[in-house]
Design a binder for this molecule. Structure first.
Ligand SMILES: Nc1nc2c(c(=O)[nH]1)N=C([C@H](O)[C@H](O)COP(=O)(O)OP(=O)(O)OP(=O)(O)O)CN2
Length: 138
C-alpha cells in the first residue's frame, strides 16, 4: 500500500466559544481563544490517500486532481472566512481543530471516490506550527 499526501493552506478567523456557557466560563476554559472579536490562524492541511499505483500512470492518485478537489470543496469554503459565522458546515459547532478535521473528512470522503479509486487515509490539520490534529475516520 502506498500513501500519497497533498498539503494545502488557508487562513481563517474563529473563536472558541460554547454558547451554553456564561462568558466567564468560556474565558476560563478557552482563555484568549474565546476573545469576543475573534482571532486568526494560518492553517496547514495535509490530506493523505492510500492505494496501489496505476500501472499506466504510476500514480496512486493524480496529485493535481487531489489538490483541485481539496481546494474546491474545503479550502475555498474556509479561506479568509470566519469559521463561526461564514461556513455552513461548521454551523452550530465549536470551531476547534478537531471539529474542523472531522467536517473536512466528511467532505473529502464523499469527493475523492468521484476522481479516484484511492482511499482517504488521514487528514492532518495544523492550527499553529505547534498544535495539530490527525483524523483517520474512526
Ligand atoms: N484540543 C484543542 N485545543 C486547543 C485548540 C483546538 O482547536 N483544539 N485551539 C486553541 C486555540 O484556537 C488557540 O488559538 C491556539 O493558540 P495557542 O495556544 O496560542 O497556540 P500556539 O501554538 O501559537 O501557542 P504556544 O503556546 O506559543 O506554543 C487552543 N487549544
Amino acid at each position: 500500500m502506498i500513501y500519497v499526501s497533498r498539503q494545502e493552506h488557508f487562513n481563517a478567523a474563529h473563536k472558541l466559544y460554547n454558547p451554553a456557557w456564561t462568558e466567564e466560563r468560556n474565558k476560563e476554559v478557552f482563555g484568549p481563544c474565546a476573545n469576543t472579536n475573534w482571532h486568526g490562524h494560518n492553517y496547514d492541511l495535509i490530506v493523505t490517500v492510500k492505494g496501489q499505483p496505476d500501472p499506466e500512470t504510476g500514480f496512486v492518485i493524480d496529485l493535481k486532481q487531489l489538490s483541485t478537489i481539496i481546494r474546491q470543496h474545503v479550502v475555498d469554503q474556509v479561506d479568509h472566512k470566519n469559521l463561526n459565522l461564514d461556513v455552513p458546515f461548521m454551523k452550530d459547532q465549536l470551531a476547534s481543530t478537531e471539529n474542523l478535521v472531522v467536517a473536512f473528512w466528511q467532505i473529502l470522503a464523499r469527493e475523492i471516490p468521484r476522481i479516484s479509486s484511492a482511499q482517504l487515509h488521514c487528514i492532518k490539520l495544523y492550527e499553529t506550527p505547534r498544535n495539530f490534529v490527525e483524523y483517520y475516520g474512526e
